[in-house]
Design a binder for this molecule. Structure first.
Ligand SMILES: Nc1nc2c(c(=O)[nH]1)N[C@H]1C(S)=C(S)[C@@H](COP(=O)(O)OP(=O)(O)OC[C@H]3O[C@@H](n4cnc5c(=O)[nH]c(N)nc54)[C@H](O)[C@@H]3O)O[C@H]1N2
Ligand SMILES: Nc1nc2c(c(=O)[nH]1)N[C@H]1C(S)=C(S)[C@@H](COP(=O)(O)OP(=O)(O)OC[C@H]3O[C@@H](n4cnc5c(=O)[nH]c(N)nc54)[C@H](O)[C@@H]3O)O[C@H]1N2
Ligand SMILES: [Mo]
Length: 761
């Protein structure tokens, strides 16, 4: 048995009778079934087997071309393709400089820390091309990464080093979970997770009497083990509900005035707004909130009263902030936790992002494995990550970001390795137009994703099982050796080897490789880790011994409650890193920016593309239960959970009945931006205001009879809206979109996403 790891779990693998077998790590109490995607994926014919070049690029040379995504590919030997790519990189660098290269390359790639593709591409562009235009923040947490430092402090201090599951098991009376804490999400962490503990933690807390409340349009956003009450609010209205709760607390004198007085700044301005004494003259009462969020006034009043004087943990899923005005529910949740006097108490306060990923709710390891050093980037231009299509479509345009006025650079060449923008970005028709503006689009991929199909040069990379690596995170208890389990598929090569050969052609081999082989880099990263362990007087075995054992148990720091506990215990000695040193209920800094989309205190801002008579339902495009994002959508586990080969659209019985939709029908879901097909599944666990279609089914576009973009497979990003969350953070707004649904009666187009464009051998 070889040991290996993935973002969804550590596992063991071996070959039996020509088939790959994977077994979860024996110490994992609640393994993630996503490992079942691997056996059918590793030798799947949708893998990229050889370097391929787009015909139009080959024949006409680099330049804008609307045919990207619809052109043929031509196989090319490695030496020739790398020669041509080196010439093109040099042409772009010499003619326009490194600021014409976009190397953000957002994406999760695989768990190993050395072969982490995004780190590899960044290191290559820095050491060989003098830099690249980068992206900041993530699709995961774009809005909160910017708002939290204004209000409390760095997002990591609020997510990673804050309330733990152990504290919840021991102390929490009420978990008020906005967006829930879906087990499917907690089972994943970038860099790997060897023990899935969340389900059991919720069971134990519930056994002790902790009350869980799932505030979400989907019932299964909390698992049965939590025995939760379900408050099905309308999407995008959490801030209104929180304001209604806050208003009730103030109106009934239930808020913690001493905490607000001693630990918070800017209460007065917010209170004016809450009580209807501000410019809008609207009292944010329970009745007002109820009318917006679809929950009765009586329920809101009861809920607010039941929270006072209890140990309450307010949690917010990452999804809440992956929508227009996503800064507001996060800020307001912090204010609510402050009004309840709970910030910094064991098991109380704000559990931002708790339940969205396995990283959170755990205490830190004393020492974590380091990342691959990325060298120095000499280009200062950057974009907030989700502004990629804007940048490509509008070079030279000015945009706002967190108090800065920035300009989009003119990008000629984009280099992607380890990400799938035709999975992760919004309004995919618009993204395709944007990619058409490039001179050259280079993609390293393990499989023929829609991104690879839109590229000019596609280089086949090995997948994680085909190489050695080390996996580890700041909180997971194991450092994992990732043993090689299989030979590379076809002509696939490691991203590192590809970059090393390109670096050699560009005269910078030494700078990129520092003379090390992959194995030497992995040993080097381990030795650096071992030196850090030694500095803490902690023993760690030699590399050989670690490799032989396959894993190493990592010592933990004791849980000291983090930044918020220290602040609560002594606000003078441990002020928060905010302008006032306190919780910013209002922010003069944000106020001074004058952004209508993010005012100086948390506020209810109605969506600018709400549901309407034409598009009366909110589509929730959340994380998929059966895969990580788009990864291994061609694997067995993902495919078995589709219906009639298409993604499943969950729909409430009442919504289906009115439209004559039966379980198992093919439906079309649409708005102004496009259409996709999916298979209807009738489900009482989705509220009647919404449809659920998870992200990640591979984009498979055709034009429908009206000339509209149609994805035959069920990729919701055909319909989502490509706007920033606000002028402050410019985060991704992909989670929720207004749509309509109908039964599909046309002839069924075939699904071609898993048919390789390579000539059959
Ligand atoms: N509508 C909507 N859209 C969303 C979201 C949403 O909630 N709603 N969520 C967003 C979020 S939070 C995220 S994080 C993004 C995720 O977006 P991505 O991180 O881009 O999605 P992945 O499918 O993980 O893409 C990783 C790609 O890397 C490839 N890969 C794996 N290993 C290797 C390797 O070793 N080398 C190379 N070269 N390639 C490799 C995989 O085949 C895969 O195509 O999606 C975002 N998009
Ligand atoms: N299995 C699996 N797990 C994953 C991932 C994956 O791809 N697959 N991706 C990982 C990544 S990269 C990330 S960033 C995290 C993301 O973590 P999240 O963003 O929290 O995950 P989602 O599943 O997108 O959203 C959680 C729930 O929020 C609810 N929701 C949506 N809109 C609203 C709203 O307006 N109000 C309220 N109250 N609820 C709302 C939806 O019902 C949805 O199921 O998940 C991680 N975990
Ligand atoms: Mo994410």
């Amino acid at each position: 048995m070889k040991s290996h790891s993935s973002h969804w779990g550590a596992f063991r693998a071996r070959w039996r009778d020509g088939a790959l077998q994977v077994l979860p790590h024996p110490a994992d109490p609640d393994p993630n079934r996503l490992i079942d995607n691997l056996p059918g994926a590793i030798r799947n014919s949708i893998r990229v087997s050889q370097p391929m070049v787009r015909r139009g690029w080959l024949e006409n040379g680099p330049g804008p071309d609307a045919k990207r995504g619809r052109d043929e590919f031509v196989p090319m030997p490695w030496d020739e393709v790398l020669d041509r790519l080196a010439v093109e990189l040099k042409r772009v660098g010499d003619s326009y400089g490194a600021s014409a290269i976009f190397g953000g390359s957002y994406g999760w790639s695989s768990a190993g820390r050395f072969h982490h593709a995004q780190s590899q591409v960044h290191r290559f562009l820095n050491t060989v091309m003098d830099g690249y235009v980068r992206s900041v923040n993530t699709y995961s947490a774009g809005a909160s990464a910017v708002i939290l430092p204004h209000v409390l402090g760095p997002a990591d201090n609020v997510a990673r080093r804050n309330v733990t599951w152990e504290q919840i098991i021991d102390h929490t009376d009420v978990v008020l979970a906005f967006g829930g804490m879906a087990i499917k999400n907690t089972q994943v962490a970038s860099g790997g997770v060897s023990r899935h503990v969340e389900r059991d933690a919720m069971r134990r807390a519930a056994d002790r009497g902790c009350r869980f409340i799932c505030v979400s349009p989907l019932r299964d956003d909390l698992p049965p083990e939590a025995r939760a009450e379900w408050l099905a609010l309308k999407p995008l209205t959490d801030t209104a509900l929180m304001l209604g709760i806050a208003h009730t607390l103030v109106a009934e004198g239930l808020h913690d005035e001493a905490f607000i007085e001693g630990f918070c700044a800017g209460w007065a301005e917010f209170e004016q707004y809450l009580l209807g004494r501000g410019a809008d003259a609207i009292e944010k009462s329970a009745a007002w909130a109820g009318a917006i969020c679809g929950i009765s006034e009586a329920v809101i009043l009861d809920l607010a009263r039941s929270l006072a004087k209890k140990r309450v943990l307010v949690t917010t899923s990452l999804s809440l902030q992956r929508s227009e005005h996503g800064e507001q529910p996060i800020w307001m949740a912090a204010v609510l936790a402050a009004m309840l006097g709970q910030l910094g108490l064991p098991g109380g306060g704000l559990g931002y992002a708790l339940g969205s990923l396995a990283h959170y709710g755990k205490s830190d390891n004393v020492v974590a494995i380091g990342a691959l050093p990325q060298g120095e980037n000499h280009v200062s231009d950057f974009i907030p990550v989700a502004r990629i299509a804007d940048m490509l479509l509008k070079p030279g345009d000015v945009f706002d970001y967190n108090g800065q006025r920035l300009r989009y650079p003119h990008i000629r060449l984009a280099y992607w390795a380890g990400g799938n923008p035709f999975h992760h970005h919004q309004d995919l028709g618009r993204l395709a137009a944007a990619v058409g503006r490039l001179d050259t689009f280079v993609v390293h991929e393990i499989a023929w994703t829609a991104t690879a199909r839109h590229a000019d040069i596609v280089l086949p990379s090995t997948m994680t099982l085909e190489r050695e690596d080390i996996a580890g995170t700041p909180t997971d208890p194991l450092l994992m050796a990732m043993h090689r389990v299989a030979e590379p598929y076809g002509q696939a090569r490691d991203d590192y080897e590809i970059f090393a050969d390109l670096a050699e052609r560009l005269g910078r081999w030494n700078e990129f490789t520092e003379g090390r082989t992959s194995r030497q880099w992995i040993e080097h990263m381990y030795e650096e880790f071992r030196t850090k362990m030694a500095a803490h007087d902690l023993p760690a075995p030699s590399f050989e011994e670690f490799w032989e054992r396959g894993e190493l148990e990592l010592p933990k720091k004791t849980d000291d409650g983090g930044m918020l506990r220290a602040f609560r215990e002594n606000p003078v000695a441990h002020p928060l890193p905010t302008p006032s040193g306190k919780v910013q209920i209002s922010s003069a800094v944000i106020q001074s920016l004058g952004y209508a989309s993010c005012p100086g205190h948390p506020a209810w801002l109605a969506p600018t593309e709400p549901v309407s008579a034409e598009h009366p339902l909110y589509l929730i495009a959340n994380q998929p239960r059966t895969r990580l994002h788009s990864q291994f959508d061609f694997g067995d586990y993902s495919r078995q959970h589709k219906r009639r080969g298409r993604e499943v659209c969950s729909i409430h019985p009442s919504v289906a009945a009115v439209r004559g939709i039966a379980d198992g029908d093919i439906v079309k879901v649409f708005n102004r931006r496009g259409v996709f097909l999916a298979c209807a599944e009738i489900d009482e666990g989705v509220s009647p205001d919404v449809l659920r279609v998870p992200t990640g089914a591979w984009y498979d576009p055709v034009m429908d009879e009206n000339g509209r973009l149609l994805c035959v497979h069920g990729n919701p990003n055909v319909l989502t809206r490509d706007i920033g969350t606000s002028s402050l953070a410019q985060g991704c707004s992909g989670q929720v979109t207004a749509v309509e649904i109908e039964r599909y009666t046309g002839s069924l187009p075939p699904i071609r996403a898993f048919i390789s464009p390579e000539p059959s051998q």
